[in-house]
Design a protein around this ligand. Structure first.
Ligand code: NDP
Length: 279
């Protein structure tokens, strides 16, 4: 029943190009929020140990009755669990909370270059992949030099890099580097945390296509080849956000949105400096 197209990783596996993000959804809320999303056709869920809702996500999965192979579940190792053994222990704890025997994608949440442990963490993820416990492995918030370091040290590239990306902060250089290296780009805060939805240009494009501003932004991402994980706890918005596969933006629309990029358009932390807080 799911109508969300899939995209293929370099490792041969595939995932829905659009999933539900659940940052800032409480563990209690997650059961209903994820449950209703699965009912309407979402199949990919993006959680993380630090979101403290893996238990609720796991209960929603169990209640859904959906076959495990139809689902694509992502979680992430937090900054305080870097290092080979700590990352492995963190993974096992996530798996237990989710009530699963494997995840589809396990990600390093931030590189935390100051502690310089992301190589041993990555080696732990490679081992988890080889054991079949994480079907694919990737990273979030890695800059180009972090990715090059991973490749030099281990020879294994992530299937994707999940980075802050929305019309105000379009990451052109990193997207090109990903494309040259077979890494998919997954956009976090794809809607700019909801702050872009009143932008006049996006509202004009919404009127032109008889869609919402959120749908215009998500369509822009998808036409660039980005995977997206918009978050909403609201049923109508969840439905709206996945109804983006039956219209197309023209090249002129894509160019117009490209002009919104600003070098300092970040809403979240800078990966080179970010160390501890919440996501
Ligand atoms: P989003 O860009 O997805 O925006 C979410 C906000 O937009 C919420 O306030 C939501 O409200 C609102 N919203 C969603 N859809 C609509 C709509 N159609 N119309 C109007 N408002 C809407 O921000 P996030 O920061 O949550 O990013 C998405 C996901 O990315 C996260 O949930 C998380 O999974 C991941 N992420 C990963 C990070 C990382 O470091 N790897 C960092 C940050 C996020 P409401 O829920 O009230 O409906």
């Amino acid at each position: 029943m799911s109508t969300i197209p899939h995209i293929r990783f370099y490792d041969g596996r595939e995932a829905p190009c659009l999933g539900l993000g659940v940052w800032q959804v409480t563990d209690d809320e997650a059961v209903d929020v994820v449950g209703q999303a699965l009912e309407m056709g979402y199949r990919s869920i993006d959680t993380a140990a630090i979101y403290d809702n893996e238990g609720g996500v796991g209960r929603a999965i169990a209640h859904s009755g959906l076959p495990r192979e139809d689902l694509f579940i992502t979680t992430k190792v937090w900054n305080t669990d870097h290092g080979h053994d700590a990352a492995r222990t963190a993974f096992m704890s996530s798996l237990e909370k989710l009530g699963l025997d494997h995840v589809d994608l396990y990600l390093i949440h931030w590189p935390v270059p100051k502690t310089d442990l992301y190589i041993p963490t990555w080696e732990a993820l490679i081992q988890l992949r080889d054991e079949g416990l994480a079907k694919s492995i990737g990273v979030c918030n890695f800059n180009r030099d972090h990715l090059e370091h991973l490749l030099d040290a281990t020879g294994v590239m992530p299937v994707l890099n999940q980075i802050e990306l929305h019309p105000l902060f379009q990451q052109p250089a990193l997207r090109s580097f990903h494309a040259e290296n077979g890494i998919l780009t997954q956009a976090w805060s794809p809607l700019g945390q909801g702050r872009l939805l009143e932008h006049p240009l996006l509202l004009a494009l919404a009127a032109k296509h008889a869609r919402s501003a959120a749908q215009i932004i998500l369509r822009w991402h998808l036409q660039l080849g980005n995977m997206v994980i918009p978050k909403s706890v609201t049923r109508a918005r969840q439905a709206e956000n996945m109804a983006v596969f039956d219209f197309e933006l023209g090249e002129d629309d894509m160019q117009a949105i490209a002009t919104l990029h600003t070098a300092d358009g970040r809403l979240g932390p800078d990966p080179q400096r970010f160390r501890l807080p919440h996501h």
